[in-house]
Design a protein around this ligand. Structure first.
Ligand SMILES: Cc1ncc(COP(=O)(O)O)c(C=O)c1O
Length: 185
C-alpha cells in the first residue's frame, strides 16, 4: 500500500478507520474471545488517559506530579494486596509488566541457568520474556477440564534453578483462575 498523497478530512479518516475495524473483536460486541481479558474502560479512565497521554514518569524531574502518581498508585495497590512494603512500576502494557517481573525474579535469584515454571495457559509474553532474558520456560499442562494449573505437576517441574512460578489470575484465553495460594506453597 502506497503512502497516501492526498489529504483527507478528520471525519473521513475516522470513518475509514471505523470501517476497517468494524468486524474486530470488542467488549462492545460481547466477543467471547476477548471477555476473559478485557473490559470497557470507564469514561473517567479514558478522559484521564487522553489528558496525560504524552507525559512520561521516567523523566521524574520534568513530570514530578506524574512520578508521584505512579508511586502513590503502586503503594495503594501494594497495600490492597496485603504487602504494604512492595515496590513496583506502572507500565503501558501486559508484556512489559511480565518481562519486568521476570527480570526482577532473574536478577534477584542470580542462577547460572535460570528457569521459570508456568502453566501452559500462561500468556505468550512470558515465553517472549524468557527468551529475552535467556531463561528456560517450563510450560506445564493444566487440568483438562478446568484449564487450571495443577500445583503437584507444577511442583515437580521446580528445581534449584527455578527463579519464578507463574500463576494466572484469569488466564487470557479461558479466564481460568489458577490456585494461587497452593502454587505459592
Ligand atoms: C496475562 C496477560 N499478560 C500479557 C498480556 C499482553 O498485554 P499487552 O498486549 O498489553 O502487552 C495480556 C493481554 O491480554 C495478558 O492478558
Amino acid at each position: 500500500m502506497g503512502f497516501p498523497r492526498t489529504p483527507i478530512s478528520e471525519t473521513e479518516a475516522i470513518e475509514q478507520i471505523r470501517e476497517i475495524t468494524e468486524a474486530d473483536a470488542s467488549v462492545k460486541n460481547d466477543h467471547g474471545g476477548i471477555l476473559a481479558m478485557a473490559f470497557e474502560p470507564s469514561d473517567l479512565a479514558m478522559r484521564l488517559y487522553s489528558e496525560f497521554l504524552e507525559t512520561n514518569y521516567f523523566y521524574g524531574r520534568m513530570y514530578p506530579g506524574i512520578a508521584r502518581l505512579e508511586r502513590e498508585a503502586v503503594s495503594m495497590i501494594a497495600d490492597l494486596c496485603g504487602c504494604a512494603k512492595a515496590t513496583g512500576d506502572i507500565v503501558s502494557g501486559g508484556t512489559a509488566a511480565n518481562i519486568l517481573a521476570l527480570k526482577a525474579a532473574r536478577d534477584g535469584a542470580v542462577k547460572k541457568n535460570p528457569n521459570v515454571v508456568m502453566p501452559a495457559t500462561a500468556h505468550q509474553s512470558l515465553l517472549k520474556g524468557c527468551q529475552f532474558l535467556a531463561m528456560e520456560a517450563r510450560r506445564i499442562a493444566c487440568d483438562e477440564k478446568t484449564y487450571r494449573a495443577v500445583p503437584e505437576k507444577m511442583a515437580s517441574a521446580v528445581d534449584d534453578n527455578t527463579v519464578a512460578i507463574v500463576g494466572c489470575f484469569g488466564d487470557p484465553g479461558n479466564g481460568a483462575v489458577d490456585p494461587i495460594p497452593e502454587l505459592a506453597e
